[in-house]
Design a protein around this ligand. Structure first.
Ligand code: GTP
Ligand code: MG
Length: 195
């Protein structure tokens, strides 16, 4: 995809109704701080349109980025953020679940996992929920600049085993610093959406 225009078009809070979009969407899920908003900036060739933070819990709404007026990248709030109350956690969980369940234009869900760490129980739950909703999750192993290329195969294996991935599940290492993986992820999305 050659990026010609990007716009943050819709921001949905806990009580907002999801927009009735007429263009295909892909969504990015993953625990707080894993790098969802940074990935979306990278894919859009923008430094900071999607707000990022070293503190987890930055994105608290569902944000729709209109790309070239032909598709949306959807930034989801992170899960597993410890510093919020249980009620807030439940509300966010429901919001993400409801989105996956109710979004009519959703074509693919990317699940982001920090390449350095074993997937957590929350990651496994999210993976299972995505599958339950009828999607085949695509894995993005973020922050790949934090490990050496020599360590890469072992870390990929750790994620594949930790999530018990079906063989053939796509997994893209990505770095927001070096942009490793960006072209591969766009190629995958272009093919998926028929662009
Ligand atoms: P929430 O909105 O809280 O759910 O987090 P998020 O998943 O959107 O993460 P965000 O993109 O805000 O990134 C969190 C932190 O990780 C920021 O300090 C980023 O700069 C950093 N970060 C994200 N991606 C990378 C990466 O590929 N490499 C490195 N080294 N740091 C990254
Ligand atoms: Mg974010």
């Amino acid at each position: 995809m050659i990026i010609k225009s990007v716009e943050l078009e819709t921001v949905c809070g806990i009580t907002s109704k999801l927009p009735d979009t007429d263009k295909p969407e892909v969504a990015f899920a993953g625990k707080s701080n894993v790098g969802k908003s940074s990935l979306i900036n990278g894919l859009m060739n923008r430094k900071a349109l999607a707000r990022t933070s070293a503190q987890p819990g930055k994105t608290q709404t569902i944000n729709y980025y209109n790309i070239n007026n032909c598709m949306y990248l959807v930034d989801l709030p992170g899960y597993g953020y410890a510093k919020i109350t249980l009620r807030e956690k439940e509300k966010w969980g429901k919001m993400i679940e409801n989105y996956l369940h109710a979004s009519r234009q959703l074509r693919a869900v990317f699940l982001l996992i920090d390449i350095r760490h074993e997937p957590s129980d929350n990651d496994r739950q999210m993976y299972d929920w995505i599958v339950y909703q009828g999607f085949e999750p695509i894995i993005i192993a973020t922050k790949s600049d934090k490990i050496s290329s020599r360590q890469l195969p072992n870390h990929i294996k750790m994620i594949q085993e930790g999530l018990n991935l079906k063989s053939g599940t796509p997994l893209f290492p990505y770095s927001a610093l070096t942009k490793q993986g960006k072209e591969e992820i766009w190629e995958f999305m272009d093919e998926l959406l028929g662009f």
